[in-house]
Structures are given as structure tokens and as C-alpha cells.
Design a protein around this ligand. Structure first.
Ligand code: MG
Length: 286
């Protein structure tokens, strides 16, 4: 099942995509996606979808980021595909994956996530090295603490696409990555959340990114170094992961900084992040 947030008749609403993808069924019982995750289950959502009350054509609404304003910073995995580890210049990783047993975690502020087809502000007055990172993001659907790897799937609501937009020069200028990852508009997300029952677990999905139609990133989410169950289990042993937590699982090779010579984004560039079974997240740089 695909869950969206949409602007319908001037109102932000939660909706369920019809199976053919042509209609959205409003789920007005819920204020937003976090409210829906906290107060429903898949059976109830299926019933709403089946009834199809007030269904509207997808083309008549504006699809927004599925979680427009995350309650907490997004938890991100750094260097979680071997191929990305290998392409990065030394200043990004003093210690390569093969020598490191634990994941790199960092956080990303997103006051407001950028909608599908929305604009990424390049902040070119302060940023000279703007880059993209197509990633599978996991949405936690229930508060969880001390979860085993075997039980991790039961705490996931679904999956979406996140572009972990990064200012490489700001990322490395400050000892921590936080600022360079968190400028306004650096968290495009969407176009929908696909609920867990649609994919085998852990999901093994083709992941690609194109810039102006040119294929830059291509991998599969089965190649994550640290798996989704491992990440949820490790983090939840020590910190409670609240319903609505977004965990972005890292990006494969093909980022601009990893190219020789590096190719950074400029105004007018169109980035298309695609993950099999979820859709395409398309954004333009200004
Ligand atoms: Mg990233």
C-alpha cells in the first residue's frame, strides 16, 4: 500500500493511492502521516482504500513529502555501501569500512522536507560543492526500545526515498557533517511511503539516481553494509526510536564528489532518485 501526503482543495491531507496508481483516497480521519501511523493498522487502511470514498484523480492533487515536518532530526547512515566508501576522497573517511565494525551515524535537520518536483535551494552564496545522495529511508511506525534483529521488521511502517543533499565543502569544513547536510531544502523526500507488506524483508530493491537524465548511481539495497534489522536493533539498544523516526540508510557509488574530476550540481540541474516499487523523486536545483 502506498501512503501519500497531498494538497487537495487547498488542504494538506493524508491519502492512500489506488492500486492502479490513478486515484488517491483521502484518509481524513488522520491529521497527517505520523498521526496515521500512531493510530491505525494495515487492515483499517485497506478498508479505507476499498471503500474509496471521495477518491480523486492523482493529477488533480499536489503530492507533498510524505512526512512534511519530521518531529526529530533524520538519522542517517554514513558510508553504508562499499562502493561509496571506495569512491570517496580520503578527507571524508579516515577509516575505511573494511577496518570498521560499527556504522557511521549522523543526523540531518529537516525543518520542512522538500516535496516531489520541489526546488532544492543550492545556497550558492555559501556552497560551492553541492551534491546528491539517493537513499532508501525507513519509517519507524511504533515506539521501539531494545528490539532484536529478528523483531525489527515489526516496528517499521514503510519505506520512502530520501535525497540526502549535501554541501561537500561545508560538510568537511566543520569537523562534523551536521551543518553541511542540514541547510534548508536539503531533504527532498517521497513520492510516497510503501508499507512493509509490499516487500520481502529486508527489502532488496534497485536504486538509481540520474542527473539531467544521465545515470549516476545504480545499485541495490541488498548491498547495505549494515542491514536495516541490524541498524534498528543497535540504535534501539540505548535510544528509544519514536514512531515517525526516519532512518536514511546511506547512498551507493556515483555521487558527484566520487567522480574524477568531481561534478557538482548547478542551478537548473534535475535530479531523479528512483527506487524499485516506490517510485521516482524528482527535484530541480535553483
Ligand atoms: Mg547520505
Amino acid at each position: 500500500m502506498k501512503i501519500v501526503t497531498m494538497l487537495n482543495d487547498g488542504q494538506e491531507q493524508v491519502g492512500i493511492l489506488s492500486e492502479d496508481g490513478k486515484y488517491v483516497i483521502p484518509a481524513n480521519k488522520y491529521a497527517d502521516v505520523p498521526d496515521l501511523m500512531a493510530h491505525t493498522d494495515i487492515e483499517e487502511l485497506l478498508a479505507i482504500a476499498r471503500m474509496g470514498v471521495a477518491a480523486v484523480p492523482v493529477g488533480s492533487v499536489k503530492i507533498l513529502a510524505p512526512i512534511t515536518e519530521p518531529a526529530n532530526d533524520i538519522i542517517c547512515l554514513g558510508i553504508n555501501y562499499r562502493s561509496h566508501d571506495e569512491e570517496l576522497p580520503q578527507e571524508f573517511t579516515a577509516e575505511k569500512i573494511q577496518k570498521r565494525e560499527v556504522p557511521v551515524y549522523f543526523s540531518k535537520r529537516a525543518n520542512r522536507c522538500v516535496d516531489p518536483d520541489g526546488i532544492i535551494d543550492g545556497h550558492f552564496d555559501v556552497v560551492k560543492k553541492l551534491d546528491y545522495e539517493c537513499e532508501l529511508a525507513v519509517i519507524i511506525g511504533k515506539d521501539c526500545k531494545d528490539v532484536s534483529e529478528e523483531d525489527a521488521e515489526n516496528y517499521i511502517f514503510g519505506y520512502t526515498i530520501l535525497n540526502d543533499v549535501t554541501a561537500r565543502d561545508v560538510q568537511t569544513a566543520h569537523k562534523q557533517w551536521y551543518f553541511g547536510k542540514s541547510l534548508d531544502t536539503f531533504a527532498p523526500m517521497g513520492p510516497c511511503i510503501v508499507t512493509t507488506e509490499e516487500f520481502p524483508f529486508p527489502p532488496a530493491l534497485e536504486i538509481t539516481c540520474k542527473v539531467n537524465g544521465e545515470l549516476r548511481q545504480k545499485s541495490n539495497t541488498k548491498n547495505l553494509v549494515h542491514s536495516i534489522p541490524y541498524i534498528i536493533s543497535e540504535l534501539s539498544h540505548g535510544m528509544t526510536l519514536k514512531c515517525g523516526t526516519i532512518i536514511s540508510t546511506g547512498t551507493p557509488a556515483g555521487t558527484g564528489v566520487g567522480m574524477n574530476p568531481p561534478r557538482f550540481l548547478k542551478s537548473g540541474d534535475v535530479i531523479e532518485c528512483e527506487i524499485e516499487g516506490i517510485g521516482v523523486l524528482r527535484n530541480t536545483v535553483k
